[in-house]
Unconditional design. Structure first.
Length: 188
């Protein structure tokens, strides 16, 4: 308990209180003491780091070997008519020039169109046999399939014979079909 002592100083009206503990603190228990010592002696574990770390994507990197070559130039524009030379027309021009020179440059070649795929040079030879005086017959074929492209050329010995065939047969029915002849002057 606390003892209260009167103080003689008049200026101080409050009594002084002397506080003394009535009981001593309990002795530390060996288990608690051992745990505290272990905490003091054990190293502090490092702070836990997250298992993944957010990262930004790297920008695309151009490697030196990619910079060595310039980009390829664009392909040339598509032009199907000038892609391959037409040897057929050159053949007929050379033949035609030989015969045309003899007859003052008149055309002796007839174009024939609307041919069926089965119509070949033998068919055209027989179809124009009555006219006679044929120099050459050519059916134009697809280079890849070998099938007729549906037209051909018949060259005659003279312009007059070709003109007579053109006038007489154009529009008439072709042999063994219901298809009419479609004829015109060939142009090279």
């Amino acid at each position: 308990m606390a003892d209260v002592k009167p103080h003689s100083d008049a200026s101080d009206s409050q009594p002084l209180v002397d506080i003394q503990p009535s009981q001593p603190p309990p002795p530390p228990q060996p288990e608690v003491e051992e745990q505290e010592n272990q905490l003091k002696l054990s190293p502090v574990p490092p702070p836990r780091q997250p298992q993944w770390i957010p990262m930004r994507y790297q920008p695309a990197v151009v490697m030196p070997h990619q910079m060595m070559y310039a980009p390829a130039p664009p392909p040339p524009p598509y032009s199907p008519y000038h892609q391959f030379p037409n040897h057929h027309h050159q053949l007929h021009q050379s033949r035609g020039n030989k015969y045309q020179n003899a007859s003052n440059g008149e055309n002796k070649t007839i174009w024939i169109g609307d041919l069926f795929h089965w119509m070949d040079e033998n068919y055209l030879n027989s179809a124009f046999a009555s006219a006679g005086e044929m120099v050459s017959v050519k059916v134009i074929r697809n280079k890849h399939t070998g099938l007729s492209e549906g037209y051909g050329f018949v060259e005659f010995l003279s312009h007059d014979v070709a003109d007579k065939v053109l006038q007489e047969l154009n529009g008439t029915i072709m042999p063994n079909t219901e298809q009419p002849f479609r004829l015109n002057w060939a142009s090279f």
